[in-house]
Design a protein around this ligand. Structure first.
Ligand code: ATP
Length: 291
């Protein structure tokens, strides 16, 4: 196999709680992760030259070792002493630096692809163990589906599949730094935490109505006061008939869950007309795990 094209799927957080700040500055989280059918594409080709070459449709993205795809390729090339190089065409659709694990899922796809292409014989678990060296979300992006992520996001417990429903994604034209969000997060006795256990129990029962009522993202307490457009997008989605609407990760991407395709399509049109968001996609829940 000399060439392979792969989809690198994005995630949303159906729930995100921050449990505590550790002494080393990292935050301990409890997140319900969910894969959606919005994806970047990676076309991977073997090349003779011992190099890692990346092309991308986004001119501002790094194509050197700062790209997570490069890091993934380098890690496996070095460990397995692979002589040949790889040429990767990365087509980005997932909003960048937006709380959707875009870079992590590209790295996950690259690890998965190299394992196949170079017959490395690594199991999914072995790939996940390598993925965590690149980023805390990479093991989840290798696994896919519905999962609880704890620790700093790397401790994964698979959950039963989420109810399939249309998902509207809307990212405003602002950038929010994850570091800024965590630095400004206040964790004290007045903090109202989302009930992640209740959310998980509704997912187990496949009760979309209840899932929607217990979704919550603690990081909205930081981002919404600073970036009111996030609240405006949420309101717009609810007005258009979403059953729930929430920020994903540390934002600023907002997603809405819908009961039926027709309402979701109307919501897509109305979001476009509102002018609130720069990147808008209608997609769906994706539940297949990687083997
Ligand atoms: P998370 O959901 O984990 O917070 P994110 O959506 O905030 O992820 P990414 O889209 O992964 O963040 O990108 C964050 C930064 O990583 C960008 O500023 C970008 O320069 C860098 N980066 C490196 N590789 C990639 C990649 N393959 N795709 C996107 N960004 C990348």
């Amino acid at each position: 196999m000399d060439e392979l094209t792969l989809k690198a799927l994005a995630k949303i957080n159906l729930g995100l709680d921050v449990v505590r700040r550790r002494e080393d500055g990292y935050h301990e989280v409890r997140m319900v992760m969910q894969t959606i059918h919005l994806y970047d594409s990676l076309k991977i080709q073997k090349i003779r030259e011992p190099e890692i070459v990346i092309h991308t449709n986004l001119p501002y993205l790094p194509v050197n070792e700062n790209n997570l795809v490069y890091k993934a390729a380098k890690l496996l090339r070095e460990e397995f002493g692979i002589q040949e190089g790889v040429d990767v065409s990365l087509t980005k659709r997932i909003p960048v630096a937006a709380g959707m694990a875009g870079g992590s899922t590209d790295a996950a796809a690259m690890l998965y692809g190299m394992n196949q292409m170079f017959d490395l014989g690594l199991s999914r678990k072995e790939l996940m163990n390598r993925g965590v060296k690149i980023g805390a979300d990479v093991p989840y992006c290798i696994m896919r589906g519905t999962a609880l992520a704890e620790g700093i996001g790397e401790k994964l417990s698979p959950l039963p599949p989420m109810v399939k429903c249309p998902v509207l994604i809307a990212k405003p034209g602002i950038s929010v730094s994850t570091k800024f969000v965590y630095q400004n997060l206040k964790l004290d006795e007045t903090t109202v935490h989302p009930d992640i256990d209740a959310l998980i129990s509704h997912i187990r029962k496949k009760n979309l109505e209840a899932i929607c009522s217990d979704m919550g993202n603690l990081l909205e307490t930081v981002t919404i006061p600073h970036y009111p457009v996030i609240a405006e997008i949420k309101e717009q989605m609810m007005k258009s008939g979403a059953k729930a609407s929430m920020m994903s990760g540390s934002g600023p991407t907002v997603f809405g869950l819908f009961e039926d395709a027709q309402t979701a399509k109307r919501a897509l049109r109305e979001m476009k007309q509102s002018g609130l968001a720069r990147q808008i996609y209608l997609t769906s829940i994706y539940n297949n795990r990687r083997q």
